[in-house]
Design a protein around this ligand. Sequence first.
Ligand code: ATP
Length: 425
Amino acid sequence: MMNLDTIVGLCKRRGFIFPGSEIYGGLAGTWDFGPLGAEMAHNIKELWWGHFVRSHEEIYGLSSSVLMPEKVWDASGHLESFADPLVECKKCKHRFRRDQLGNSVTKCPECKGELSEPRQFNLMFKIGEAHLRPEIAQGMFVNFKNILDTMRPNLPFGIAQIGKAFRNEIAPRDFLFRVREFDLMEFEYFIRETEWEKNFERWRTETWAWIEKVGIDKKLVHELEVPEEDRAHYSKRTIDFEFDFPFGKKELYGLAYRGDYDLSRHIEHSGVDLRYADPESGKKFIPHVIEPTFGLGRTILAVLCSSYREDELGGEKRIYLALKPSIAPVKVAVFPLLKNKPDLVAKAKEIYGQIKNKIQSIAFDDNGNIGKRYRRQDEIGTPWCVTIDFQTLEDGKVTVRDRDSGEQERINSKELSDYFIKELN
Ligand code: ATP
């Protein structure tokens, strides 16, 4: 597998992802998404929303506030225990997570200075009276009653959202893997207690289907059955989906059975009745919940690691991203064979306009020789390139070149949009 620097370098060079606030020396644990990264992130969110929300009648979308009062975090248990053990070097002041250093390490890995005793460091950012949410799940629990009252769902049903979470990580690192501000895609699936195993299996299968759909290499993903001593006390079962990142096998996604812990705690702390009434017997009870959680940044990183390729095409070395067309930032690039032939350029612009009407994320490039233009598109994962040449002016056919195989076929320009739309679906 390629190393992380190769991926970070490509992302910066090609406008996917830049270090946060770079002209001021950067801010640790923040990354800014450039034109291609923003487009790809948007595509992944859209794909996730389609896969988990829109295609399930019983899953309701939500977009709750990032700021939530301290009472929420008291109820959820974050105030008390959302902390990591922090040690600081007495000499260079570098901070580390004790649990990530390894038991045998007693000196600072940077300067060999003496390390302080560990202290519990809470990862929540506080803003005035509120906290920036360190996870998005609580927004779904505090709105549970609103969803019951307005949508009148029957069990089982889910509440889903995509949004930012903030954690004051002690040691942000490994590019998008551990940052201080990140997007989560997540849902809470409310069930009857007796049905938890069946539903757990269902979302486990659906998670694998998602992994395949978004273009993460299944061979690099491994399920970890989280042992009881590492699970939250209220969880009867948790599976981590780990990915072979360049820096090791680490958590990509999580799937947890959370019992009725969250709703019970909010009933206790808010004094509001959050029980569900069985439509037949009228009997009230607290539903249990299964929570599948998907980090967007880790998804992007796993997708990039899965799709990065170096090979040789036509005797030349090239780099390409074998992205699924559905998430590629640019779907099609249109080229006139030569820049200085007005007839070719005009025809290419016309065809570009036709495709653009149907598929918005496309590019026009007339810069440099065709080989260079292909390589530029390969590197950002554009699935198809369309070249307009002199023959096109006579028979209306263009060359469509496939990114992965490099194979070319002649297609009538009038059929292009339909051809790409078919492939995209
Ligand atoms: P870790 O043990 O790695 O700190 P965690 O077990 O606390 O993580 P969860 O609370 O399960 O993580 O977070 C849910 C999801 O959020 C993770 O599966 C991951 O995709 C994402 N995530 C968590 N922390 C970060 C972070 N600092 N940067 C980027 N993504 C994160």
